[in-house]
Design a protein around this ligand. Structure first.
Ligand code: AQP
Length: 333
């Protein structure tokens, strides 16, 4: 079975619709056909200053939410990144292989550091794609299911893996990004030309999965649409309606063509109500299941402990091979 690895940051009280459609939904499918490793990347979350109690809560909420969204700890290896110290160890090795110039070209770093200014940008934000490369290669992953915004980071991972292999001998599997076109990028409801993102200036265009139904209904009903009346998919001229069509289609399973036919002659109001219903119906059971899992923290931690042990078994092997290839002297046992 081919191996899959992906991670998600516990940097919000809930995942948003973009995280689910761009990434987690693929994770659920891939666990059926692949040897899948999924982690809550809490070390990456340290690139944003967070209260310890908040980080702790968000990490557990993230893990519970992943299970509620369909990850089955019996079918995949689900763990918390900081439980596997090999991530940091391989991260350092890759930092010593990555060029300053190539790390500087990461557009996510450029965008985020520009927003907060150089003095408030930590070095960890700069090196985060390299730690991410370590997250992936530690498990010799073949595929990395992510949203479109992560494509450049996967390219960096491939470059680092190829460089290591050609300098020190075949050590790493070179992974490929697994990005589904249909939901590669879900956009903000208030600014449908920008990706839905938890760090958007306003939360009004972000659908948080764990929010109460009435909040999300209100957000969808106030989504920015376009002039005109037709409900047709046209990303260039009708980005708002196109985004809502993508969301409806992804969650309901109806094709965009079917939806266009179904809503021919109807108004934006009717269409938004239908999108709101699809979204709230889809996520109501997820919210409930997340709450149930969080209510028994000991059981949740036990599930994660099993996952970390499985992850460490693989990670330790890759790290030992890497150190040996580099000429680092192993300790005498
Ligand atoms: N809008 C999106 N459409 C499709 N996929 C998306 N992803 C994020 N936003 C969208 C995918 O979600 C996964 C988790 O990524 P993460 O843990 O790095 O979360 P994130 O990228 O930090 O989420 P945000 O909201 O995009 O955060 P900021 O604002 O900090 O950049 C990834 O696979 C990502 O592609």
């Amino acid at each position: 079975m081919k191996r899959v690895l992906s991670g998600i940051q516990p940097t919000a009280e809930s995942f948003h619709l973009g995280n689910y459609l761009g990434a987690v939904r693929q994770w659920v499918e891939l666990q059926k056909t692949h040897d899948a490793f999924y982690c809550v990347v809490d070390l990456h979350a340290l690139t944003v200053e967070t209260e310890p109690a908040v980080l702790r809560r968000r990490t557990l909420v993230a893990a519970a939410q992943l299970i509620a969204l369909g990850l089955d700890p019996d079918k995949c290896t689900l763990f918390i990144q900081s439980h596997v110290p090999e991530h940091n160890q391989l991260g350092w090795v890759l930092e010593c292989l990555a060029g300053f110039g190539e790390a500087s070209r990461m557009t996510q770093f450029k965008d985020k550091s520009q927003k907060s200014g150089a003095d408030r940008t930590v070095v960890g934000l700069f090196t985060y794609p390299i730690l991410q490369a370590a997250d992936i290669m530690l498990y010799q992953a073949n595929l990395v299911p992510v949203g479109e915004d992560q494509r450049q980071h996967i390219e960096l991972t491939r470059d680092l893996g190829q460089r290591f292999n050609s300098r020190y001998g075949q050590t790493f599997v070179i992974p490929e990004a697994y990005i589904l076109k249909s939901a590669a990028k879900i956009n903000d409801l208030q600014d449908p030309t920008a990706k839905m993102s938890k760090s958007a200036a306003s939360n009004a265009g972000v659908i948080d999965i764990l929010d109460a139904a009435d909040i999300n209904v209100k957000k969808i009903k106030s989504a920015v649409t376009d002039t005109g009346k037709e409900i047709v998919f046209d990303e260039k001229n009708k980005p708002g309606i196109s985004n809502l069509l993508s969301i409806h289609s992804a969650l309901s399973g109806n094709s965009i063509k079917d939806l266009e036919n179904q809503f021919a002659g109807k108004g934006y109001g009717d269409f938004k109500s239908a999108v709101a219903e699809v979204v709230t119906d889809f996520f109501a059971p997820v919210r409930q299941k997340t709450q149930e899992l969080l209510a028994d923290e000991a059981a949740l931690l036990q599930l994660l402990a099993v996952g970390s042990q499985k992850a460490r078994d693989v990670a330790a092997k890759t790290l030992a091979q890497t150190y040996s290839a580099l000429g680092l002297v192993p300790p005498k046992l």
